[in-house]
Design a protein around this ligand. Structure first.
Ligand code: SAM
Length: 252
């Protein structure tokens, strides 16, 4: 359950009519029952709290420990697929731990998003974060043209451009090489996770793929081309595969 700043004051939570109906009629919760809710912090990101239901609203009881997310910044840049395909990308990417989603208007992007789409994607990210009990809701930025998107990623220490090309090194290998080269400020490395790069950007192209010029722009900006395996994945499947690889790698 995610709560807006306006609904939460000095430890007391006021639910919206929809939330109240959901808690009492659908989940059949009663005063005295406990649940977890994502509460906004005065400064910084939202945080999960244990809250106690009251006859009206609820009281925040205690914050829950922060889950460990091995990679601190995980940015997905995805060229907008046609139709409503990006809805699915946002939902699944949120479940798989992205911290930021950048919709990219690439040369071969067919879809022209309007303002309502952005609002919709942000709502989907919020719902998916709730569903997967994430501590933070990923940011969905305004759609960016590819050169502008590249320019925003200069601080990321790993920048990977997914290309459906067998000759490219596999993302897993590229992550391993990066981990070996990134010094970690914390204790002596014992696993991939303890050597994790702090910020990773993954870019996935549209149905027609990246143009040669777009690949060149990325290479010139220090990106590395990577493969996700020998099969050509759909534009909505590739982000899922890339993020699953990063997750599996981060947990080994
Ligand atoms: N014919 C297009 C091409 O050669 O790029 C296929 C595009 S594919 C449907 C859409 C996007 O998914 C690609 O631009 C790439 O980013 C990603 N993708 C699909 N399969 C991939 C794979 N096996 N490895 C890496 N990226 C892949």
């Amino acid at each position: 359950l995610a709560i807006d700043p306006a609904q939460w004051h000095e430890g007391q939570i006021q639910f919206t009519a929809d939330q109240d109906r959901y808690l009492r009629r659908v989940l059949r919760l009663e005063p005295g029952d406990r649940l977890v809710a994502l509460l906004p912090e005065p400064i910084g990101e939202s945080r999960w709290w244990l809250v106690g239901l009251e006859p009206t609203g609820a009281t925040a009881l205690k914050p829950l420990p922060e889950p460990i997310e091995p990679i601190q910044t995980l940015t997905l840049l995805a060229a907008l697929p046609k139709g409503s395909g990006f809805d699915e990308v946002v939902r699944q990417a949120t479940e798989l731990g992205v911290t930021e989603i950048v919709p990219v208007l690439s040369d071969r992007t067919l879809m022209q998003p309007n303002g309502n789409r952005l609002e919709r994607w942000r709502r989907i990210a919020r719902e998916a974060a709730e569903q997967s009990e994430r501590a933070a809701i990923p940011t969905v930025t305004e759609p960016l043209a590819w050169p502008a998107a590249i320019a925003q990623m200069v601080e990321h220490d790993g920048r990977f451009l997914c290309v459906a090309r067998r000759s490219a090194p596999h993302l897993w290998q590229a992550l391993q090489l990066l981990a070996d080269s990134v010094p970690n400020p914390t204790s002596a490395p014992t696993s991939a996770q303890s050597q994790s790069p702090r910020a990773i950007a993954l870019a996935v192209g549209p149905e027609g793929g990246w143009t040669p010029a777009e690949v060149d722009q990325a290479l010139a900006a220090g990106w590395q081309v990577v493969s996700l395996g020998g099969r050509v994945l759909r534009a909505v499947t590739a982000p899922l595969a890339a993020l699953a690889i990063v997750n599996a790698w981060g947990e080994t």
